[in-house]
Each structure stands twice: as C-alpha cells, then as structure tokens.
Design a protein around this ligand. Sequence first.
Ligand SMILES: Cc1cc2nc3c(=O)[nH]c(=O)nc-3n(C[C@H](O)[C@H](O)[C@H](O)COP(=O)(O)OP(=O)(O)OC[C@H]3O[C@@H](n4cnc5c(N)ncnc54)[C@H](O)[C@@H]3O)c2cc1C
Length: 503
Amino acid sequence: MSDHGHEPLLGTFTRERARSGAGTALTRSAVALARRHDTLDYDALPPSLARKAIEPGDRAYDDVRHTYTRTGSPALVIQAENADDVAAALAYARGQHAEIAVRSGGHGISGRSTNNGGVVIDLSRMNAVQVLDRAAGRIRVEPGARWGHVARALAPYGLAMSSGDYGDVGVGGLATAGGLGYLARRHGLTIDHVTAAEIVVADGRRLRVDAEHHADLFWAIRGAGGNFGVVTAFELDAYELGDVAYATITVDATGTAGFLVEWARLVERAPREITSFLSLFPARRGAPVTARITLVYAGDDVEAAQSALSPFLGAGPVLHQQAQLVPYHLIVTPPENRHQGHGLENTRSGLLEHLTPEAAGVIEEMMRSGDIPIVQFRSMGGAVHDVPADVMAWPHRTQQFSVLAAATPSRVPALNASWARLYPHLNGMYLSFETDTHPDRLLDAFPEPVLTRLRALKAEWDPDDVFNRNFNITPAGAEETPAGAEETAAGAEEAAVPAGGGR
Ligand SMILES: Cc1cc2nc3c(=O)[nH]c(=O)nc-3n(C[C@H](O)[C@H](O)[C@H](O)COP(=O)(O)OP(=O)(O)OC[C@H]3O[C@@H](n4cnc5c(N)ncnc54)[C@H](O)[C@@H]3O)c2cc1C
C-alpha cells in the first residue's frame, strides 16, 4: 500500500495526476506512485522543483540512485539547476526531517552521496566551467562538473587545474576536501587554488565566501567543506600548462619494502615537476608482487623530463614501461559509465612524513598476507608544503606521502589488523580516502587546534548538524552523535586503530 492509499496497479496503464508540486501538470502512473516512500510528503515539494525531482517509480531513477562507490535507495533525488534550487531542496528536505545527501560527482569514499529513504541533492546539472580572466588564470567551476571535463575545457586556454588521477571524480567533493592530483608537487592541492566559493548554508542563505567575506567559513570549506553547506560554485586560480610527460613503469616488487623505500627516496629527490602515484598489487597466479608507478612531469621540455623520469627505471626490475608527451587533459579523460555502487567499500587512509623502512616493512607484510588487493601511494611534497598549515582546514603540510589500503568486506578485520601496525608510522589522514568515518578518526584528519576551531564554526553555521554525512564534525556544545558512522565497514573492529592524529 502506498502512502496515497493505492494498491499497486501492476499491469494497468491507468495514470493519475501526481500532486508533487501543487499545480504542476506532472503525472505519474499508479505503479510509480506506489513506489513512493511513506516517510516523505511528496506533495510538499515546491513547484519549482517538481520537474527536477526523480522518484523511485520514475524511469530515470536507476540512473541516479547509486554512486560510483555505493548503492542506495533514496526516496527522492532532486537535480538542482542553480543555487535557488539548492536552497529550495534543502528547505524541503529539512522540513521533511529527511536524511540529506549532497552529491556532485558521486565518487565519495568518505562522503556518502546517496542514502536509503532520504533526499539526495544532486548537483550534476550544475556543471559549467568558465574562464573568467585568462591572463590572471581565474576560472569559475560548478560542483557537478567532472575534473576530466574541467581539464578539457581549460586546455584550449593553455590552463590547467590539478585534481586527482581519475577524471570522473566530481568537482564538489574534491574541491571541498583536498585534491591530491598529478600536478600536486608542482602546483599543490586543488583547495590551495580556491579563491572564493558560493555556498548555500544550512539555514538556506546563499553566500559568497573568500578571504574578506566570511573568512572563517572560507577557511573551513577548504578541507572540511562537506560539513558546512552546499558549495554551488568555486573560483580558482588556474595555471598555465602545456603538454606533460606521462610515464608508467610496471615493476616486479617482490622485495617490496626495499623497493618502496627506493621509490620514495627517488620521489623526494625529484624536481617538483615530478608527481608520482604508486599502486601495489599482491602476488597472484604465478605473477610476483607488482607495482605500477605513474609519473607526471609537469612541463614539456623533453630532455628535462627524461632526466627527471629515468632514475625511476632503477627502482626495481622493470616489467613494462611507457612514456609520452601528452596534453594534461588526456591523462584524466573520464569514462562514460553509469554509477552502480561498485567499489572501494573499505579503505584506510593515512599520511607518511617519509616512507621509512619500518613502514615499508608493514606494507610488505600486507602484500604477503593476500588480504589486501591494493595499496596506493600519492606523493605530496613540493608545492603542497609551500602553504602554511593554518591557512585552511587542511593542516598536513610536512608529509611526503598519502597511503591507502583497500579490502573486500570479508577481509576488513585483516585490513584493520595490518593498519594498526602501520598506524604508529602515520602522521595524519586525508579524509577523502577513508571509509571508517567513526568520530575517533576526526583527529587524524583535523589534528588540534583544527578540530576545535571546526566544531566552533559548525555550531555557528550548522548548529543542527544538517550536513553530517562526511566525517561528521559535531557542533561545539552538542553531544557527540556519530552520524554516518553506523555504516562503517567493520563496526567494533574499527577500534583496532587507536585515535589521536598518528604518531
Ligand atoms: C576512483 C577514485 C579516484 C580518486 N582519486 C583521487 C585523487 O587522485 N585525489 C584526490 O584528492 N581524491 C581522489 N578521490 C577521492 C575524491 O576526491 C573524493 O571521493 C571526493 O569526495 C569525490 O568528489 P565527488 O564530487 O565525486 O563526490 P560525491 O560523492 O558527489 O560527494 C562526496 C561528499 O562530498 C561532499 N560534497 C559533494 N559535493 C559538495 C558540494 N558541492 N558542497 C559541499 N560538499 C560537497 C559531501 O559531503 C558528499 O557526501 C578518488 C575517488 C575515487 C572513487
């Protein structure tokens, strides 16, 4: 029985007027109406949103219910087209006391951008990329754009903006949390380039924030943005970039610890034009432990690139290698696929000052165990360290590497046991790569005094804790309510990792 009192009329073609959005002519079949959730008053949806709302009975629902990483069954997905829509959707969802998920690109790992039975504010239609001032490199980007599309749109201007390694990731989630990309050592994090943002805050106000206007909020949204509102546009200073040298080297990493230490030594000594990512895969089916080293040289001087890249051929026995000079946007071209919630359910994330032999030894044990299908490193020295630690809510400005390890659900206890051994070697955490959103982890991402300042600002800007789905920072003075933590992968097993910001 639906909340409108209809029996599902399977097999009939009877259509009746759905009153979603009073006065609109939108109709839904009785079958579609029967799939509405009892928890939501669909008739209370403002008329301006009626045609932008997708319900469980709608044909488009299967295209929008899941994200890249998670499956979901929201009661309503509202596809906002502008900031007014965002404010209206927020007011509606709050009025319904519905769980709210904010979705830009749907690639959240720590952040949950779908839910079960709640409202999703989907920003994918707000995806414009504008060059405001070519000479100054000023660009304006809406949150629903994908980074691959941003790169493609900037290329004709000779501009670029570092994001991550995967062009399908959305602007909104990444540009509010960090952005550790292929140009990080040369140009820093994505958030280091955010100069202003337009945001809808919990009470519905639309604000422009920058260094002069609501400077505290501007500080908070560069690192902890998911806790403070819905960013509807970012202004960034992009930089000039021609082609880049892009190389991949596959290495036999049987002597894992020694190999990792050598790779890390090469990265730390490399010119800051070099940024390197590394993925480590365990031995299987007769193949050894292998490492895939990705290297980007941010420049088109072939000789300089060759001399910066070639030392990495000595990191271990090379199984395969390739290098090419390519436009940056071609290395972050997004695939066109529907999100079906297929990956990265359980990851642990940490930061390393240096990749020491001791830490590398723990990683080697992880590889030997067969429990961990992938460990990934991203280099983050160079320009990432140029920014003072207190300028924004991303204080990690001394660490050289980010590391993540992933496991399937059945292997989470093993992952946690390994991670507990690695933990003493870590100093901090990049929240975007962590699925354990238990409050204990907050101090790793936001070591004091950052967390206290964030909680005070949360009390000011989101006292009712509306935005609680991405490492929930509870307002100062409120009870600790670990919203979102109930979905953590390993429950009590998570306690295997101690709290408190690493070493
Ligand atoms: C395959 C893959 C590769 C990745 N590679 C990298 C990488 O190389 N470097 C890196 O730094 N990160 C990387 N990430 C992590 C990525 O940055 C985060 O998961 C990011 O949150 C994804 O952004 P999104 O808009 O796609 O996320 P969504 O799933 O849409 O949102 C995730 C969360 O971000 C918040 N959020 C989203 N939009 C807004 C908004 N407009 N305003 C305020 N808050 C918002 C919400 O809390 C939301 O729950 C990768 C993730 C994946 C899945």
